[in-house]
Each structure stands twice: as C-alpha cells, then as structure tokens.
Design a protein around this ligand. Structure first.
Ligand code: NAD
Length: 477
C-alpha cells in the first residue's frame, strides 16, 4: 500500500514530516498513516510539474495517448487490488467497485488516450492575403482537487483529459480517501509517464488544497467538492486569475409521472439515491411523484429500501456499505431530526442499523422522508442514503418543484410520453437529464452543472476545451 506523496516521479515524505490517519469506515480502525502534504509540498510539486510540462505539452500527442492507454490496461490488470483499496477507505461495496468504479476508470483513461491526437484546432476564413489558424494549447500546470466519494473514478476524470491535452498536474485527493489515487500514481510511474507530469499531494483542504487554489504558477484549478469550498477556491484563485472549473453539490429531482413504468422507476430510483450510500453529487435525492402512482410507488420503493443488504464492503454480497466518515454519518443522521422538526415523516430508516455486526461502522439505514418541497431536507444536499418524497398534480407543478432549488446538476424523469420527456428535458434546470434511467455517465458525454452546482464540464470534447486555450496565429502572405 503506497502511503507517500508522489512528487517529481518519486514517492517522498512531506517536508514537515506530518502524517494523516486513514480510517476504515466499516471497522472504525486506522488502516495506515499517509504522508501529509502541506503548502511547501504543493510548491515542490508545482516546481516539478512546471519543469515537466514544457516537453510533455510538445510531445507527440499520440505518445501521450499511448501512455494513457497503457495505464488503462494496467488498471484492468490490477483491478482486484484497486477494488479492494477503494472499498477499504471509502466503504464502497466491492460489488459496485467491480461493476462500476474500476471499469469506468480504465474506460475514461482509454477514451482520453484515444482523444489525445484527435483534438483539433481550426482555420477560420479571414481577409484575403492572410492565413489565420487556431491551435489549442495546454493551459500549463493544472491543480486538481477531488472529494472522497468516488476517489478512483474522479482521479481518472480529472487526470485523463488534462494529460491528453498536454498539461502537467498536481492533484490532491481527499485526506479521507487517498489510497487508490496513490496506487494509480505508482501504475503511472510503472508504465512510463515522465517524472513531474503527475504529482499527487494528499493533504488537508485548508493547507494543501488552499495552496493549490492560490498558487501563482498554477494556471487552472479543476475542483470537485462542496459548493462552500468551491466558493473559497474561486476567491483564492483571484490572485493570479487562474481558470476555475467547479463540479459542486446537487439536489437531483427525480420525477415519476402517472404514465411511468412504476416497476422500472422503483429500481432506477433506488439506484439513483442508494448507490454509494447516496454519496453522489448526481444522486436522485428528491422524489417527485404523481398522485396517481404515489402509493403504489412508495409501497414498492420502501420495500426495496428495506431489502438492501448492508454489510462489510469487502463481502461480495454486500449492497450498501458504511458512509465514508464518522463525521459525515453524524451529519446525515442529524438530517432526520431536521426533517421531523419541520413536520417531515420518516417512512423508513433515519437511524443507524440496529445490528451488532455493523455497530462499529458508519452506517445509516436507507432513509425515505415525506417532506414539503420548501423544507430544509428538500433544499439542502444531505449526501447520504436519504431521499425526500413529495407529490404533484400536474406537469406545471412538477417542473416548479424540480426547479425550486439552488442546485442544477443531475435530474431524472420516468414517463412513457415522449413529448413530455422532451419538454421536461428542455425545461429542467440541470446539466444532465436522464429519461427512464438515472446516473448514466460516459466519458464522451458532458458532465457538470448550472447554478450552485458549478460551471465548466468534465468529459468529451467539452473538457478538452477546458484544459486547453486557443491561440490565434496570423500569417501575412
Ligand atoms: P469538500 O468541499 O469538503 O472537499 C473536497 C476537496 O476539497 C477535498 O479534497 C478537500 O480536502 C478540499 N478542500 C477543502 N477545503 C479546501 C480549501 N479551503 N481549499 C482548497 N481545497 C479544499 O467536499 P467533500 O465533502 O469532500 O465532498 C462532498 C461534496 O462534493 C458534495 O457537496 C458533493 O455534491 C460534491 N461532489 C460534486 C461532484 C460533481 O461532479 N459535481 C461530484 C462528487 C462530489
């Protein structure tokens, strides 16, 4: 298990010599102590990245792509190990990590490995006697800050396009879940990424993260995390006017219409909120049900929630693991009280499971709460296995409820009516809309939000634009 910082192609201790304990959220025990990156380590990493970026950005794009493809193969070859690492510090059930996180990670590196030599500039028609061509240049040194909910997958979302575009990176995984990112760094070293192109600095947000956000030689920060931290990053970025890309919180509406296939909607809505213990920015955390199917839906959905198998993330039959930290468990549990205080009704869950074998883990039972759309639990991101339910009479009301929050990230609707589906897809205030499905992602499809969910997009050609800047060259002939 790798526990050191990765700077300039080597695994090193932090200059101050501090360490951070990494917890197993199932047992509550410390798995290991990792080296702590502080501001001065970020500075070292930026120096290494700067030194490497010039050659990396000018290398044959196909060579950059080939390294990403090799990395994708190495991830698949080490899938078992990565699955276990991810389960150990996040609490992801291995069942999910095997089916989703690891294949999505290698797929992302593979996609952008293929993209590296296909992202083109253009030649606009200009005045006679002039040739103008526009090339896309890497931004330079990019700082990347990621949260703890999908550490492995987000490492690939951040690293792959930035590297394909020719940037060098300094990435800070969450202090809670650094293990899989450090293992990826080892695999990168092993497949031959040049020293300094990738630097990994696990540290706390207020020290290492804050230094990345303010660093004068970092040209762009790509951040995934909470809206509150996103605001701080924007403020800190003002010093050198760095580019900022923000993937922030969400409060995804999930509308089930009267004409929906209720059975499919129940299964899909359970995945939307309970997968990864609800710790997903795109979770479908607000169920908005048409009155005509509300009882039938809730009956099936509540049964589904109660049947989810909680357990040890390393057990291949476990369907839901613990939340990732004790502090977060307490926060999510507190929201049940917040709901009750405003007249909400807990239909199921709302507490820790009453089981001796789970007592040390940071578990929360799948929770369904009937609440008004204006209640705090319907407005604030809970980020746990916690879904609010409300009902509507007509389409207009459904849309008003769906759009009645500050966030605009993921959204979903279940209907057999094509016209209604397109109309809502147009009118919902969100970066992503899923019709008769939820939380489908692909490296080719833009991912990101509007409003307090942030700005900028991951994935596809959109993200390649984020990690490059156009240079316009004029030739007089
Ligand atoms: P967080 O904002 O507390 O932390 C995210 C990262 O930022 C961590 O690495 C942390 O160390 C760092 N950080 C904290 N303070 C910082 C500071 N002052 N300067 C720089 N970096 C700092 O978020 P979290 O609790 O780790 O993650 C959960 C949040 O992430 C939720 O709000 C969730 O919706 C959001 N999220 C968004 C997306 C998306 O794509 N939109 C995806 C996943 C998670």
């Amino acid at each position: 298990m790798q526990t050191k910082l990765f700077i300039g192609g080597e695994f090193v201790d932090g200059l101050a010599g501090g360490t951070i304990p990494v917890f197993n959220p199932y047992s509550g025990e410390i798995i290991c102590e990792i080296a702590e990156a502080r501001a001065e380590d970020v500075d070292r990493a930026v120096t290494a990245a700067k030194a490497a970026q010039f050659a990396w950005g000018r290398a044959d794009a196909a060579d950059r792509g080939n390294l990403l493809l090799k990395l994708a193969d190495a991830i698949d070859a080490h899938a078992d190990e990565l699955i276990e690492l991810e389960a150990l510090d996040t609490g992801h059930p291995v069942r999910d990590a095997r089916k989703l996180d690891v294949p999505r990670t290698s797929r992302c590196f593979r996609y952008f490995g293929g993209m590296a030599d296909k992202f083109e500039g253009f030649v606009p028609p200009v005045y006679p006697g002039f040739l103008n061509y526009v090339q896309r240049e890497p931004v330079g040194v990019v700082g990347q800050i990621v949260p703890w909910n999908f550490p492995l997958m987000f490492t690939s979302w951040k690293m792959a396009p930035a590297l394909a575009a020719g940037n060098a990176i300094v990435i800070k995984p969450s202090e809670l879940t650094p293990l899989s990112t450090l293992r990826i760094a080892e695999l990168m070293r092993d497949v031959g990424f040049p020293a300094g192109v990738v630097n990994v600095v696990p540290g706390y947000g207020h020290t290492a993260g804050a230094r990345i956000a303010e660093h004068p030689e970092i040209s762009k920060v790509a951040f995934t995390g909470s809206t509150a931290t996103g605001r701080r990053i924007v403020q800190a970025s003002a010093g050198n006017l760095k580019k900022v890309q923000l993937e922030l919180g969400g409060k995804g509406p999930n509308i089930v219409f009267g004409d929906a296939n209720v059975r499919a909607a129940i299964g899909g809505s359970a995945f939307a909120i309970f997968h990864n213990q609800g710790q997903a920015c795109i979770a479908g955390s607000r169920l908005i049900l048409h009155k005509s199917i509300a009882d039938e839906f809730l009956d099936g959905f509540t049964k589904f929630a109660r049947s989810i198998k909680l357990g040890d993330p390393l057990d291949p039959t476990t369907e839901m693991g613990p939340l990732t930290s004790k502090q977060h468990q307490e926060r999510v549990l507190h929201f049940s009280q917040v709901a009750k205080d405003q007249g909400g009704e807990i239909l199921t869950g709302g507490k820790q499971p009453d089981r001796d074998d789970l007592a040390k883990g940071y578990f929360v039972e799948p929770t369904i709460v009937r609440a008004k759309p204006t209640d705090r639990v319907s407005q604030e991101e809970v980020f746990g296995p916690f879904v609010t339910v409300t009902t509507f009479e007509d389409d207009e009301e459904a849309l008003a409820i769906a759009n009645g929050v500050q966030y605009g990230l993921g959204s979903g609707l279940w209907t057999a009516n094509l016209t209604r589906a397109h109309k809502f897809a147009r009118d919902i205030r969100a970066g992503m809309v899923w019709v008769n499905c939820y939380k489908v992602v692909h490296p080719g499809s833009p991912f990101g939000g509007v409003g307090e969910s942030g700005y900028g997009r991951e994935m596809g050609f959109e993200v390649m634009r984020e990690y490059t800047q156009p240079k316009s060259v004029w030739i007089n002939f």
